[in-house]
Design a protein around this ligand. Structure first.
Ligand code: ADP
Ligand code: MG
Length: 699
């Protein structure tokens, strides 16, 4: 493994080979690598998860068997087995009682040497009671009283992989600990003093060689410090990305509010307080000369589109243009239909561009865009194609981009268009994850829903009750209600999704009547998809059978029933998104989560959370607690590093602290030159944040 140029020499031993460590041979090294422990550094950050108390006792009677006990004994009689397969027993006596040391398949000669009758020995191992008699089977330690100091009072227990033993882990970690260099302190001294955190080296020593189980807790000072190092390195990377973004020349875009006012006046409602706040935050960013990089987070139905429109109008008022990209064609069309008439009220030209625009029509749109005759463009990713040129693009909005990772944003920033960027997401994610994932951005939150929403009643129904569900649906349709019917993801394959949806479509059409049921799935020709959506929006069809293409953003206020088949196969966040499609009008809404019995215990718990609450943040917290960070946002996509010590589920406060600390450090020392800055560089190397280091060097 060759060191990338620049890695400080003090760190080299930590990036060498595992086999150079005590206790690690080629086979163990292989097993460790398979468990993502590839270098001494990784081992250093692999901490024991529990410990064994080996403090010396006067007698085994002091512990409650079965338990590990360490006592000094006088060795008594040896009882060699009378038959093959029977154990070899050695009687011993401690200060208060006698018990037996038990050995299977051991050589008597060896044992007589280890445990000579009449001599004193310290033994340590698990005491069990067998017919009321204390037994210690294969003691972990047998030492003379002189040697007994070697037994750690509290022995760390490591997570094991493959054939690697505790002894090997102990030896190897002892070796790395001995090699761990003295490093300059990168944590703010005031913070370290306030938290009572040890220095790096001392923290490692304590974390690997705890003296009690209290020191194994995530809240122990040493572990907190090491966790903080990890999240600080990550937040520094994000802060560097953010600083680089902001350095990029931006333009001050200041609107006069005139077009915003016209549009607001033509709306039938007033913006919520949260919408007003977010709009102001965005306007403030736009007005600054550096590039905006802001996230607008708001649960489904919180009204992000209006905030987006107001921001786009701001750009237009300043004489510029804006663009909004949606993840699907359906959503892009919906934005066109919802926003075009509003924009027109203010004399603003809003157009759509998607992959479906071809030939002369596309050419005409591109020309109008380049001439500045189109003020706002909505569309799919087609809006970012190379030949799409704007007269004066000021603002780019990316809608429903909950899967846009840190790495991708860093690339977008590096490309360097001097455009303000607003990313909108409806995935409520817990704050610790938001900080980890979006720490490079500034965040606005819509934490208030527009008034007049009625709660959605959620029920769990077994698939076996399908006929009853269809009967109820027939009655609801007769009352003029509309329903989404979502078919499950079958093994992530679009082809089988389609088959499942088509099958359900046929059966519902047979049950409810021709013309009442529509179908939309990802494989349909675009014009058929549009037609199906249009028929549903206009109320011509009452039931829309769909795959998850309707997951994000679609808005049909009259739809008040959501049926989700095989709900247990969806993620909670996805169920929440789907359910968010109903409860948008004033009618009472229902969500039926259909499941295939029998549900697993956690499967049931998850669905019950959906029944209990409509609070997206609470749902995501529960999801995080049940599944872990990687599963909730997909570690690979999010660009989240693999934290070895920090625990995203429980250490929100550390993450928040690291964010403000990292930003402040960069503010004081943008190129990380001063004492703490230089130390922070070492931290970045230690934490393998190579991308971040590249960001400093270009600075
Ligand atoms: P989302 O945040 O999920 O994208 P939308 O922007 O689609 O939500 O808004 C959902 C619905 O709420 C739309 O029909 C929209 O017109 C309506 N809406 C938005 N803001 C308000 C408000 N302040 N008062 C009433 N209705 C609103
Ligand atoms: Mg939306």
């Amino acid at each position: 493994m060759s060191a990338p140029s620049g890695r400080p020499e003090v760190l080299w031993p930590l990036f060498g080979s595992l086999e150079s460590l005590d206790g690690i041979g080629p086979k163990s090294a292989q097993a460790l690598v398979a468990a993502h422990i590839e270098k001494p550094r990784d081992l250093l950050f692999t901490l024991p998860h529990s410990g064994v108390d080996r403090r010396r006792r006067a007698s085994i009677l002091e512990v409650q068997a079965p338990a590990v006990c360490t006592v000094e004994v006088t060795v008594g009689q040896h009882n060699a087995p009378s038959q093959r397969g029977r154990p070899y027993r050695v009687m011993v006596e401690d200060a208060q009682t006698t018990f037996q040391l038990v050995f299977f398949r051991s050589h008597g000669e060896y044992l007589r040497k280890q445990l000579p009758t009449g001599q004193r020995r310290v033994v340590s191992g698990k005491i069990e009671l067998f017919d009321g008699v204390g037994q210690m089977v294969h003691p972990d330690h047998i030492l003379t009283p002189d040697e007994a100091e070697q037994i750690p009072l509290f022995e760390p227990v490591y997570p094991l992989t493959g054939t690697v033993t505790q002894k090997a882990m102990f030896k190897a970690t002892a070796d790395v600990l001995a090699q761990a260099p003295d490093l300059p302190e990168w944590i703010d001294p005031a913070l370290r003093a306030r938290e009572g955190w040890p220095e790096w080296n001392a923290a490692l020593a304590q974390a690997h060689r705890p003296m009690s189980s209290a020191e194994l807790a995530t809240t122990a000072a040493a572990r907190q410090r090491l966790a903080y190092d990890e999240v600080l390195a990550h937040q520094l990377t994000l802060a560097l990305a953010r600083a680089q973004q902001r350095r990029g020349k931006g333009r001050a875009t200041v609107g006069d509010g005139s077009k915003q006012r016209e549009v607001l006046a033509s709306l039938g409602f007033a913006p919520t307080g949260a919408q007003v706040r977010a709009t102001a935050e965005i306007a403030e960013d736009l007005a600054k000369p550096h590039r905006m990089n802001r996230l607008l987070q708001g649960d489904v139905g919180s009204g992000k589109t209006l905030v987006a429109l107001l921001a786009l109008l701001n750009a237009v008022e300043a004489g510029g243009q804006g663009v909004m990209m949606a993840p699907t064609e359906i959503l892009a069309r919906q934005h066109l239909e919802g926003l075009q008439p509003l924009a027109a009220e203010a004399g603003v030209v809003l157009e759509i561009l998607t992959g479906r625009d071809k030939g002369a029509e596309r050419k005409a749109k591109l020309e109008a865009l380049e001439a500045g005759d189109i003020h706002i463009l909505v569309g799919t990713h087609a809006v970012f194609q190379k030949d799409v040129e704007f007269a004066d693009l000021r603002l780019a909005i990316i809608d429903e981009q909950h899967r846009f990772g840190v790495a991708q944003r860093m690339e977008l920033g590096a490309k360097g268009a001097a455009v303000d960027v607003l990313v909108m997401t409806a995935t409520p994610i817990p704050r610790s994850l938001a900080l980890a994932q979006y720490g490079d951005m500034d965040v606005s939150v819509l934490d208030e829903k527009p008034p007049g929403r009625s709660p959605v009643t959620t029920a769990l129904v077994a698939t076996s009750k399908m006929d009853a569900v269809v009967d109820r649906l027939r009655a609801a349709v007769a009352e003029g209600r509309q329903c989404y019917w979502v078919c499950p993801l079958v093994e992530e394959s679009e082809v089988s999704d389609k088959t499942a949806a088509e099958e359900r479509f046929k059966r519902l059409r047979a049950a409810l009547g021709e013309g009442v049921v529509g179908l939309v799935h990802g494989q349909m020709p675009p014009s058929d998809k549009d037609a199906a959506m249009r028929d549903f929006v206009s109320g011509q069809t009452k039931v829309l059978v769909a795959t998850t293409v309707i997951e994000v953003g679609v808005n049909v206020p009259n739809a008040s029933i959501m049926v989700i088949e095989r709900a247990e196969s969806f993620g909670l966040a996805q169920l929440h998104q789907l359910r968010g499609r109903v409860g948008r009008g004033s009618a009472k809404s229902t969500c039926l989560l259909m499941y295939q019995a029998p549900l697993s215990e956690t499967g049931r718990q998850r669905l019950e959370i959906m029944r209990e609450t409509e609070d997206g943040f609470r749902i995501s917290e529960e999801d995080l607690a049940m599944r872990g960070a990687g599963d909730v946002i997909g570690t690979a996509q999010s660009g989240l590093p693999r934290f070895r010590i920090a625990d995203l589920e429980r250490q929100t406060a550390l993450m928040a602290l690291a964010q403000s600390d990292a930003r402040k450090l960069l503010l004081d020392d943008p190129t990380l030159e001063f004492e703490r800055g230089t130390a922070a560089r070492t931290l970045l190397w230690l934490m393998e944040q190579d991308r971040a280091i590249r960001l400093i060097s270009v600075g």
